[in-house]
Design a protein around this ligand. Structure first.
Ligand code: NAP
Length: 489
């Protein structure tokens, strides 16, 4: 099989939680795509682990179905890929079967070992302890931790300490799949591969930054997990702060893992604190009530919860600032929620207005330049500019997007973030993974917000499913004379 992408070293990818939603929907499909591209050596294996009592063939049947979801892959290629796929039933909390599993992994001593913990974080400590006890951290071995890493700084430290008993920091890959998205990497290329943006990338020229991560789905069958988490823990503490870091960090001296992560860490440590003294002004919490989504009526959050009473927020909007020379006074508005009108994740960098208009008001309003980086659903980058409306009829101004998404022009399909990140783990490149001190700094900023909410005792503000959250979220930005970016502009 020919490929423009080089093969990686042969590996064993062991997926704890191999029968779960993430494995079936993201991890196996990502590996299948890399297989189709010829990047996986034949002696590699993907080993699913869960308690379910099935065997290689039973697991392959499950994965055959998952990989055929929505489209029909070439049957020969699918079967060839499935030959790399294996299964071992194991309980992370019990010792039975671990000796055999260790012997199986030992059969290929030269393979890079990747232990992917795609389970509830409650199991991370048990799994790592057993990986250590059964001598599985041998040769080139790495462990991948899915989010959430804890529910506050203290629990994150417990997990990181326990993982650290078995794996060194350089072997530990804390995944945030937002960092694997093409657009996020394009942000690095735009900022640091062009002379054009960096001179303007500061408080003198940028009015504000806003980041939206909106979902149309409700909590559905994740209600049990979500009721203990909420939007701040589930989205803001990890994904959204990582995006803030990518926008706001200083140019690293190179793309080496620590150079990039050192700069991100400085951003996290410079976030202005939000606590009991200012949480009411700077944050808005919401919880959806019954309404409509995708043209259908849907229940409210409390209806989906057994027990029916909860202060868990399904929406959060907040205003933060980065206290350093580059960003002093530039607000970063973040908002995320479930049951919003559309599924969209985007970063908007809004530049300041021109200092003086030479145009007659009849030419039309002068709008701010905006750089819009869309992460989903259709990844892409647009720069909004003011131009003259073409043709005769006087000088009329128009605001138009310069489309800087070149994937189509290059005829390249956009890989899923997990494709890139999984192979980075095999290659041993942690640049796009979070270091322990980053996770800690993010919790250090998030914990006082959670404490302030809890101390206030107030319930989240209700919003109707299918709307953009509570009206207080609109007020949060509008009282600064700004608006949320909507209608895909
Ligand atoms: P899930 O569908 O609930 O799957 C959990 C998996 O863990 C199942 O395979 C389950 O199989 C296995 N498991 C449970 N207890 C076990 C035990 N004692 N020993 C061994 N295996 C056990 O969860 P998920 O949605 O795939 O999510 C996995 C992790 O990824 C979570 O931390 C989640 O927060 C994170 N995550 C998920 C997504 C997503 O889109 N799904 C996105 C980002 C992050 P058995 O019950 O048969 O053991």
């Amino acid at each position: 099989m020919s490929s423009s992408n080089p093969q990686v070293h042969a590996f064993d990818l062991v997926i704890f939680g191999g029968t779960g939603d993430l494995a079936a929907r993201k991890l196996l499909p990502a590996m299948f795509h890399r297989f189709l591209d010829g990047q996986l050596p034949d002696s590699s294996r993907i080993i699913g682990i869960a308690r379910e009592s099935t065997d290689d063939e039973g697991y392959r049947a499950q994965m055959r179905k998952a990989l055929s979801e929505g489209h029909a892959p070439d049957p020969q290629q699918l079967e060839a890929f499935l030959q790399l796929v294996h299964y071992r039933p194991l309980d992370a909390r019990k010792d039975a079967g671990w000796d055999d599993f260790a012997a199986m992994v030992g059969e290929r001593p030269d393979n890079v070992r990747v232990f992917y913990l795609s389970t509830s974080p409650d199991l991370f400590i048990d799994i790592c302890t057993r990986l250590g006890h059964y001598g599985l951290n041998r040769g080139e071995a790495r462990v991948v931790l899915e989010k959430p890493i804890g529910r506050d700084l203290e629990s994150a430290n417990q997990i990181n300490d326990a993982v650290g008993q078995v794996f060194s920091e350089s072997q530990t890959y804390r995944i945030d799949h937002y960092l694997g998205k093409e657009t996020v990497q394009n942000l690095l290329a735009l900022r640091f591969g062009n002379a054009l943006f960096e001179p303007l990338w500061n408080a003198a020229h940028i009015d504000h930054v806003q980041i939206t991560v909106a979902e149309t789905l409700g909590v559905g069958n994740r209600a049990a997990y979500y009721s203990r988490a909420g939007a701040l823990r589930d989205m803001v503490q990890n994904h959204m702060l990582q995006l803030v870091c990518m926008v706001a960090m200083e140019p690293p001296s190179s793309l080496s893992p620590d150079a990039v992560r050192d700069e991100k860490l400085k951003v996290l440590r410079s976030l202005k604190p939000i606590d009991e003294s200012n949480a009411a002004q700077l944050t808005v919490r919401g919880q959806y009530r019954a309404g409509a989504a995708d043209g259908q009526s849907v229940p409210g959050y409390l209806d989906e919860l057994e027990g029916g009473k909860s202060h868990t927020e399904t929406f959060v909007a907040l205003k933060t600032e980065i206290a350093n020379w580059r960003w002093a006074g530039v607000p970063f508005y973040l908002r995320t929620g479930k049951r919003l009108p559309e599924r969209v994740s985007e970063i908007v960098v809004a530049f300041k207005a021109v200092p003086h208009s030479i145009f007659d008001p009849s030419a039309g309003a002068l709008a701010h330049n905006r750089l819009v980086l869309r992460l989903q659903p259709d990844e892409g980058v647009k720069l909004w500019l003011t131009i003259k409306h073409p043709g005769p009829g006087g000088l009329r101004l128009r605001h138009v997007p310069l489309d800087m998404s070149f994937a189509e022009a290059f005829g390249v399909s956009q890989p899923d973030a997990y494709e890139r990140l999984l192979l980075d783990v095999v290659r041993g490149n942690p640049t796009l993974f979070m270091r322990r001190d980053e996770v800690e700094a993010a919790w250090r900023w998030a914990d006082p917000i959670l404490e302030a909410w809890s101390a206030s005792g107030e319930a989240p503000k209700p919003y109707t499913a299918g709307t953009w959250g509570p009206s207080a979220s609109v007020a949060l930005i509008e009282r600064d004379g700004r608006t949320w970016n909507e209608d895909g502009e």
